[in-house]
Design a protein around this ligand. Sequence first.
Ligand code: HEC
Length: 137
Amino acid sequence: MKMKYAIYAAIAVIAFLGFRYLGTEEQNAPTEGAAMISVTVPELVASEKLGERLFNGNCAACHGKNAAGIEGTAPPLIHRVYEPGHHGDEAFQIAAKRGVRAHHWKFGNMPPVEGISRDDVAKIIKYVRAVQRANGI
Ligand code: HEC
């Protein structure tokens, strides 16, 4: 008789742990539209703030607030792939001017950003590099 209770108890414990596991799985699944990484935002100097404003107006709809990426839309630019040694400033200029054929991720292509000047992109780069530095990139 005691043995029977022990088995019931064991089943209850396994079921409980199993449900807990399923619960965390669900929480960890990427949510469409969510930020992809958490970004430390540094104190920005005036010129970088200007870049932030331009970024928010032209890039954040896809690359997310603080360039943290958006699940299902576009990657974070605060990412090792985009460190200056991998994607120099000119890569940002070309991305804005001509768009990007999808190659690093599965989000699809980036279209050219209409009506943005080289000068504006240079300001955006200053901002992105400042945030990258603050995040060890
Ligand atoms: C319509 C959505 C969209 C907008 C708006 C957008 N991007 Fe992108 N961008 C993407 C996607 C998607 C990729 C990833 C392509 C890939 O798979 O490598 C990307 C990639 C990039 C890359 C990597 C280029 C390379 O050579 O691999 C840079 C740099 C970049 N974007 C900068 C910007 C900047 C700066 C802006 C604003 C001026 C901007 N993006 C606006 C969607 C967007």
